[in-house]
Ligand binder design. Structure first.
Ligand SMILES: [Fe+2]
Length: 298
């Protein structure tokens, strides 16, 4: 029997009573899946799991993705993306150092964006007894519900373009600025033209219907949305900026303070998320991510 405790106002729940290193029966899995979709973000504490356990558990939700950044995958388990600031003996980054600088949902630039992502925390940076490197999540469904009716009418039927190229350019610029102002040094992971071609731009509804809960949510984010289709650039930018500010109002946000052993899952069709880079080496952060493929937004 699992226990589900809601943490945030609109999203975020702690699920206890499950050991993910052991087989999860169908009935328990159904309860977990329901709690997950009801709460949009759900986490388990104190899990001692291997990559095999993480892959086996998250695969029950659907097909696992393999990230376009081959260099950041775990060698024996290509379904696992390493998210870490740790360097190997030669000083090379062992994983993605820079995931989640901007508010986004994972793989939203794909025709079939991710359904859910799961992060397992192996190492968490702690300074002066304070945990650093929080992850914040914002409910795009609660944000949509709270919009004035005339805004809902205005954005109904609009489409926006999600673009990995747009994101790469924006992120590289942000990396340069961060380094120029004395911040972290990030090893730029150059993507080949072939890799970039594997993720062409996607035109997708700005308001999407959740495939499971059928709730409407805002499917637009500052990392991946290049523009709104058929709108003059200045008008598009103004509307996007208003929506971005609305989505991250405090009442729609849950911020997770990590503990080693957390397995946290978020629903990419319902929330956006953003990392906090308030730590640097020698403080280490090491997480393994699995990502379940979703269906095209409608
Ligand atoms: Fe992400």
């Amino acid at each position: 029997m699992i226990t589900v405790t809601r943490i945030g106002k609109h999203l975020g729940a702690h699920i206890s009573g499950v050991d993910l290193s052991r087989p999860v029966d169908d009935d328990t899995f159904a309860q977990i899946a329901k709690a997950f979709f009801d709460n949009e973000v759900a986490f388990f504490r104190n899990q001692k799991i291997t990559p095999e356990h993480q892959v086996a558990f998250t695969r029950r939700f659907g097909t696992l993705e393999q990230h376009v950044r081959k260099e950041s995958r775990l060698a024996e388990h290509p379904e696992i993306l390493i998210v870490s600031n740790v360097l190997d003996d030669k000083g090379n980054a062992i994983g993605s150092q820079d995931a989640g600088r901007f508010w986004h949902s994972d793989l939203s630039y794909k025709k079939e964006p991710s359904m859910l992502s799961a992060l397992y925390a192996l190492e968490v940076p702690i300074k002066d007894a304070r945990v650093l490197g929080d992850t914040s999540f914002a409910s795009t469904t609660a944000a949509y519900d709270a919009l004035p009716e005339d805004t809902k009418r205005r954005i109904s039927g609009l489409k926006n373009v999600h673009s990995y190229r747009f994101y790469r350019a924006k992120n590289v610029e942000a990396q340069k600025q961060e380094q120029a102002s004395g911040g972290r040094v990030i090893q730029e992971q150059v993507l080949s033209e072939e890799q970039l071609k594997s993720v062409p731009d996607v035109e997708t509804p700005l308001v999407r219907t959740h495939p499971v809960t059928k709730r409407k949510g805002l499917f637009v984010n500052e990392a991946h949305t290049s523009h709104i289709v058929g709108m003059p650039p200045s008008e598009s930018e103004k509307l996007l900026s208003e929506l971005y500010q609305h989505i991250i109002k405090p009442e729609f946000v849950y911020t997770h303070k990590w503990q080693p052993g957390d397995l946290l899952m978020w629903d990419n069709a319902a929330v956006q998320h953003k990392a906090t880079f308030d730590y640097d080496l020698p403080l280490r952060r090491l997480m393994y991510r699995t990502t379940v493929r979703g269906t095209a937004a409608y």
